[in-house]
Design a protein around this ligand. Structure first.
Ligand code: ATP
Length: 249
């Protein structure tokens, strides 16, 4: 069976003055896969997502999103992706409905399509009862839910979720997991998180980064086996701690 590549990164490098934030990253993500990128603070996860979503240009290397280069075809890449960034992307003074309408406007939708899309997403994300509320007054979990709905307005082929449940309480996190699970398989998702149980519960495969390099890549079960433990958090710690060797991916 032919594997359809949603992402193919080849030797991706990002340097900031003297610092190499991402160091020769090679990565392939299949279409429809939910791929989680893990790592300690400063590992290079956000920088990777920013390059793959054309928010910052790589210093070296290239990556192909459904076949389009992030270096030479950024406009085509941007048409195919949605991003729910770490910083909240909602306009706080606009209502939920206005935020959704704003995104529809940015994508140049007709009035009819705007109504249709707003209705569809508000139903899918359970936003119907809060459409008239100012986004800035919503709890963190609901703001994040709205942010993901906004990222899906353009019907992207690939969705980037940068720490989608950061700082949320257990219930809000569990609700958001349900939202993410409902998208699984229908769209390729790249997720970054510091919550090990989140990566384990949601992803098909996991990559662990440290100092800009990808240390290991595999399913949660494969990584646990590799580290000789049946607890994923222990596996993560062991992989990071034992990563001074040159044994990479
Ligand atoms: P976190 O989990 O804390 O969000 P991360 O894995 O997402 O971390 P990045 O934000 O990608 O890591 O940062 C990787 C490295 O690059 C860090 O050392 C960071 O300080 C540095 N860095 C990131 N953005 C910039 C920038 N615009 N200018 C200079 N250095 C930067």
């Amino acid at each position: 069976m032919e594997v359809i590549k949603a992402i193919e990164a080849k030797g991706l490098v990002k340097k900031y003055k003297g610092l190499t934030a991402v160091d020769a990253l090679d990565l392939t993500v299949q279409k429809g896969e939910l791929f989680a990128l893990l790592g300690v603070n400063g590992a290079g996860k956000t920088t990777t997502i920013k390059m793959l979503s054309c928010l910052t240009a790589p210093t070296e290397g290239d990556a192909f999103i459904n076949g389009f280069s992030i270096v030479s075809d950024a406009a085509k890449v941007k048409q195919r992706i949605g991003v729910s960034p770490q910083e909240t992307a909602v306009a706080p003074n606009l209502t939920v409905k206005e935020n959704l309408a704003l995104m529809c406007g940015i994508h140049g939708f007709s009035k009819e399509k705007r109504g249709q899309k707003t209705e569809e997403l508000s139903r899918q994300f359970g936003l119907m009862d809060i459409m008239g509320k100012r986004a800035g007054k919503l709890s963190g979990g609901w703001q994040r839910r709205l942010s993901i709905a906004m990222a899906l307005i353009s019907e992207p082929e690939l969705l980037f979720l940068d720490e989608p449940t950061l700082g949320l309480d257990v219930l809000a996190r569990s609700d958001l997991w349900d939202v993410i699970r409902s998208l699984k398989g229908r769209i390729t998702i790249i997720l970054t998180t510091h919550y090990m149980e989140e990566a384990e519960a949601l992803s098909d495969r996991i990559g662990i980064m440290k100092d800009g390099r990808l240390l290991v890549l595999g399913t949660a079960d494969e990584l646990k086996k590799k580290a000789g433990t049946d607890r994923f958090e222990e596996a993560f710690v062991a992989i990071i701690r034992n990563s001074n060797t040159e044994e990479l991916v």
